[in-house]
Design a protein around this ligand. Sequence first.
Ligand code: SPV
Ligand code: MN
Length: 606
Amino acid sequence: MEVFPESLRGRLSSFMSNKLYQLHNTNLVTFLSDIVELCEPDSVYLVEGTREDLEYVKRKALENGEEIPLLNRNHTVHFDHPLDQARAREDTFILSGKIPFVNTRPREEGLKEVLGILKGSMKNREMLVGFYSLGPVNSKHRILAVQVTDSTYVIHSEMMLYRSAFWEFSGNVDFLRFVHSRGTQDIKRRRIAIDLGGTVYSVNTTYAGNSVGLKKLALRLTLNMAVNGGWLSEHMAIIGIDGERTHYVTASFPSGSGKTSTSMLGKLISDDLAFIRNVDGKARAWNPEAGVFGIIHGINPKDDPIIWEVLHKDDEVIFSNVLLKPDGTVYWDGSGEPEPEKGVNFTGEWWKGKRDGEGKPVPASHPNARFTVRLTSFRNLDPRYEDPEGVEVEAMIFGVKDYNTLVPIAEAFDWAHGVVTMGASMESARTSAVLGKSDEMEFNPMALLDFISVSLGMYLRNYLDFGRRLSKSPRIYSANYFLKGEKGFLNSKEDKRVWLRWIAERLEGKAGSILTPIGYIPKYDDLSRLFYHVLGKDYSRESYEAQFTIRLKAYKEKFKRIKDIYMSVDDTPAEVIEILDKQLLEIDKYVREFGDRVTPSQLESS
Ligand code: SPV
Ligand code: MN
């Protein structure tokens, strides 16, 4: 191979040059040279992923203040700018013509702007380059990706969250490209520009959801690849639930509505993302990631014993936007520990009773404060997370945070019914993982609305076809852990264990069901047995009736809203509208017979 362009060669040590040379990858050399010319770093460090690399990156992160050491030498804390605590919806756009529900910017205009902001952004800094595989390195379905960044925190996070794969870049292989600069932290000039050709540019942000390219930025690219390639790239956990044998299920929940806690109830394969492919007629799933970037708010030893253990043992953890206490440990809200008097948080010095400029109380830890850890730290990790063939998916759960309508658990009639009335019809209370007001109900199909990069119509067509081409499609379930009655929440946190067991028993043909207009719901006898067996609890008929009463009127209103949304999208497949119409007619039949609500006992005796 010819020598590297001077711009790149002059910034690499001879050791690094030699390493890069050995790859013989001209795509890579061209890409890196272009970015070096654009961002003008002082030096370039190629992160192969060795022990030495990790030590180097960690040392630099502490030196430049991106991370602060904690009492436990394997723990650090990172703070993002007070206005950069979550995914920045408004500043994130696909470089393309208009797509309904997707933030877009005309390609040339958007690209020109972001490249302008990136110009010279790494002066006096080192540019780090990470090399990863989305999915097991030895899987033929893996996708390679390169991260370029001037943030040691971003690379440190990626070394924990992804599989390093430097030597896989040998030859002229292609890869996804992520270019990030902390810039000057000028939030007004924060931009995340996504070029579906395979490159994402991100600048003036450090919050991982905006800066760690392989996470949610890659999702926009892989979703587009999946829709075009007939597979699924989803915002889903993958877990193994035990019954007679292990059943693998995926779980799609908008951030902050129970996905991470659900993935701790079984054998853990993934807590956030899933690639799902048709392999010999079966749906098989992989985790593109190798770590967890989870919400820490509310993690306490009673409800989350596994995560609690991970955060308190000696494995590596990066805490972000929690409270740093004077004794070098951290505190977060909802941990069950007493709130400290003072410390340092995302707003700087913090004390009990601190108020912001508008007089609002400043919480000790941000509601979207997080922890970054490796999958291998979890005692419930399923070794099959490294299976190059993935695991077979038997069921898919679509869960929402819905105080008023959805029953805790229901099974769809079939694939298309589940995809349309459960996945594509998701509405959920807005999360703190996105900048803006929390708790408003939002349309969020497949918990993916923030990440969708193609039209919803194309996306759903691919989904429907995907299931049809399988010899056996997964069963589909809707879940809602947040249903309220007159006196508040109808379920306790641990009840989800029972719903998962019910799914396992459904898959094994052991548990029965009751037919309702919106799908099948559990029978009292099965749940009563499972509540006792799984939680050692007596489950009253009254609780059951309250939880599984179908709120027909609310369901009807919901499906009317959803139908209106899909009617307004040009390329919605006709089938989607047909299924929604049929669903509405079915609910109407019950409304005529029972009124606004129908209880399970009325359904059983009718
Ligand atoms: C989510 O909000 O869905 C997350 C965290 O998993 S982020 O990386 O911000 O997307
Ligand atoms: Mn997520």
